[in-house]
Design a protein around this ligand. Structure first.
Ligand SMILES: O=C[C@H](O)COP(=O)(O)O
Length: 253
C-alpha cells in the first residue's frame, strides 16, 4: 500500500515572471530523490501556471491554488476546473485556511469544490486545520474531523486526494507544530478515515503537514509514521525547498 512521500510548494500570492523563472531554474538544477521516492508539486499563482508548466522539469508537477466550485460561466474573477484541464494542470489546492478565513469558504463549499475538481480529473490537495483558539479549546480533532467529513460526504474515491493538515497557528508564523503534535493529528485523521470511510482509504491516503516547514525541521517531522510529506509555503520560494524534498529519504533510511 506504500504511500509515496509528497512535497508540495504553495507559492501563494507571490512572485514576478522573473522571480518565478528563477525558482524554476533552481528546481530544475536540483539533485533530488527520484520520482519513485517523492512526488513534487509546485503551485504558482494562476497567471504563472503556463510559464511554470512549460519550463519545469518533467518529474515535478504543477498545481493551481484554487478553482471554481462548478462548471465555468458567468463567474467573474474565477478560474474553472475545465480551464485547468485545458492547460494540462494535474493538481489543485483546495480549502486552504487563507481562503477559508479570508474568503469565507465553508466546509460544505470546500467539499463541493473537491468533488467537482475530482470529477474533472484533477487531483486535489485538500487542506484542513484548526485555529489557535480551537486548539486551546481542545477541539483540534473535532475541527479537522468536521472539515474532512464535509469532503468525505461529497466524494466516493479518495485515490486522487492528498489531505494536508495545516494548523492555522503554524502557517507563516515560524511556529511549527512539534513532530509529536503533528503526528497526533495525522494519526487521528487516519483513524477517522478508517472508521468513517474505509481501512483501505486510511492506509493509502497521504496525509501531509503544512505550517512553517523548513530545511531544519523537515526531517524530524517527515520521520513521523503518519506524516507522508509536506505542503510548504514560505520555504518553497527558497533554495531550502530542495532540502525539504530530500527529507523524503527519511522514510527509507
Ligand atoms: O500551504 C502552505 C501553508 O500555508 C504553510 O505556509 P508556511 O510554510 O509559509 O507556514
Amino acid at each position: 500500500m506504500g504511500r509515496k512521500f509528497f512535497v508540495g510548494g504553495n507559492w501563494k500570492c507571490n512572485g514576478t515572471t522573473e522571480e518565478v523563472k528563477k525558482i524554476v531554474t533552481m528546481l530544475n538544477e536540483a539533485e533530488v530523490p527520484s520520482e519513485d521516492v517523492v512526488e513534487v508539486v509546485v503551485s504558482p499563482p494562476y497567471v504563472f501556471l503556463p510559464t511554470v508548466k512549460s519550463l519545469l522539469r518533467p518529474d515535478f508537477h504543477v498545481a493551481a491554488q484554487n478553482c471554481w466550485v462548478k462548471k465555468g460561466g458567468a463567474f467573474t474573477g474565477e478560474v474553472s476546473a475545465e480551464m485547468l484541464v485545458n492547460l494540462g494542470i494535474p493538481w489543485v489546492i483546495l480549502g486552504h485556511s487563507e481562503r477559508r478565513a479570508l474568503l469565507n469558504e465553508s466546509n460544505e463549499f470546500v467539499g463541493d469544490k473537491v468533488a467537482y475538481a475530482l470529477s474533472q480529473g484533477i487531483k486535489v490537495i485538500a487542506c484542513v486545520g484548526e485555529t489557535l483558539e480551537q486548539r486551546e479549546a481542545g477541539s483540534t480533532v473535532a475541527v479537522v474531523a468536521e472539515q474532512t467529513k464535509a469532503i468525505a460526504e461529497k466524494v466516493s474515491d479518495w485515490t486522487n486526494i492528498v489531505l494536508a493538515y495545516e494548523p492555522v497557528w503554524a502557517i507563516g508564523t515560524g511556529k511549527v507544530a512539534s513532530p509529536a503534535q503533528a503526528q497526533e493529528v495525522h494519526f487521528e485523521l487516519r483513524k477517522w478515515l478508517k472508521e468513517k470511510v474505509s481501512a483501505e482509504v486510511a492506509a493509502s491516503t497521504r496525509i501531509i503537514y503544512g505550517g512553517s516547514v523548513n530545511g531544519a525541521n523537515c526531517k524530524e517531522l517527515g520521520g513521523q509514521p503518519d506524516v507522508d510529506g509536506f505542503l510548504v509555503g514560505g520555504a518553497s520560494l527558497k533554495p531550502e525547498f530542495v532540502e525539504i524534498i530530500k527529507a523524503a529519504t527519511v522514510k527509507s533510511s
